[in-house]
Design a protein around this ligand. Structure first.
Ligand SMILES: Nc1ncnc2c1ncn2[C@@H]1O[C@H](COP(=O)(O)OP(=O)(O)OP(=O)(O)O)[C@@H](O)[C@H]1O
Ligand SMILES: [Mg+2]
Length: 315
């Protein structure tokens, strides 16, 4: 096994049953045959619009919700075939930062207690706990006076730092960061992004960084996955994708970003968005694709071009 490989996800699916009458069963695919790898010490960006399945993927690979189909391997082991001991180790080695620090921190607990909780769960010696807690709050960019405060006494950015301190308190190998900056103003966003980058470099951490904001992901991730309706549209090196998007959906996403410099304005060919009726078994982007043709009424294969994977008939 490749020692650098942390996760291998193959054809992962999460579907929900929809009620369409007594005798008919239909499914909604929140995550549809998704495959990707997470390597050690990398930030993997996961970008897509609301409802595309980003949080579902994050939760599936941490086993916070159950998969419907497909495989998840963590350090070479099937996540659904772990022994009790291995499962405990997996829980200790992985964690999550939630989107909204307001609801993810217990308002009745002091920051110290919030950070102590995972240490208690994993039976870390009481004498060691204060040292570890002080270390992680400092690592997250706050001083130890914050430990005696309650979440309501903190700003949004400070709360998100506490959420990060909690996520790193057990010195994990992997973190899902589910839109950790979307509730913050732009300059605080940047601070949090820099903090996550720093933690990745200093602690050889891997991060699945979830966002709907391409600007944010361009700033932080090494590799990128573009998701649409539970399917991967494009996957590859972040700078390559942002400079040369191959999938029509990625092109639309990039074209919709505000142009930072007036001289760049002409460079953008703006494909026009369209809206068509959905067809069963078509490319999942068919209904909105500016370039769609008859062949797009059938699902494309995933094509591999110089290490980039693209779900489209045109590449
Ligand atoms: N328990 C559930 N039952 C039915 N459908 C669900 C359930 N959980 C999620 N979904 C659906 O799965 C889809 C993907 O949801 P998910 O939360 O992963 O999206 P997301 O990309 O994280 O969106 P956002 O950017 O808004 O957070 C959504 O359409 C959602 O309605
Ligand atoms: Mg989400």
């Amino acid at each position: 096994m490749d020692d650098n490989l942390l996760f291998e996800i193959r054809n992962l699916e999460k579907r929900y049953k929809i009620d369409v009458g007594l005798f008919k069963k239909e499914y909604f695919y929140a995550v549809n045959k998704v495959s990707f790898k997470v390597f050690r010490n990398e930030i993997l960006g996961l970008v897509g619009e609301s409802g595309s399945g980003k949080s579902t993927i994050g939760r599936l690979i941490l086993k916070l919700i159950k998969k419907t189909d497909g495989d998840i391997y963590y350090k070479g082991k099937d996540l659904y075939k772990l022994t009790k001991l291995e499962e405990k180790k997996f829980r200790k080695e992985t964690s999550i930062i939630f989107q909204d620090p307001r609801s993810s921190l217990n308002p009745r607990m002091k920051i110290y207690e919030i950070l102590e909780e995972p240490l208690i769960v994993h039976k870390i010696d009481k004498k060691l706990r204060r040292y570890i807690i002080e270390n992680s709050i400092i690592n997250a960019g706050l001083d130890t006076t914050f430990l005696e405060k309650y979440p309501f006494e903190l700003s949004g950015g400070q709360r998100q730092r506490v959420a990060i301190a909690r996520a790193i308190v057990l010195n994990p190998d992997f973190i899902v960061a589910d839109e950790p900056t979307s509730a913050l103003d732009v300059s605080t966003q940047l601070q949090i992004i820099n903090l996550i980058k720093k933690l990745k470099n200093e602690n050889s951490l891997s991060v699945l960084f979830i966002t709907h904001d391409l600007n944010v992901v361009g700033n932080i991730s090494d590799r990128l996955i573009v998701l649409y309706r539970g399917k991967i549209m494009e996957k590859g090196n972040t700078t390559d994708i942002l400079n040369y998007p191959l999938h029509p959906y990625t092109k639309l996403l990039i074209a919709s970003l505000p142009v930072s410099h007036p001289k760049d304005r002409n460079k953008k060919e703006l494909p026009k968005e369209v809206f068509r009726e959905d067809i069963q078994n078509s490319c999942v982007f068919y209904h909105r694709c500016p370039y769609a043709e008859d062949r797009c009424k059938v699902e494309p294969d995933i094509k591999n071009i110089n290490g980039r994977e693209v779900y489209c008939h045109f590449v």
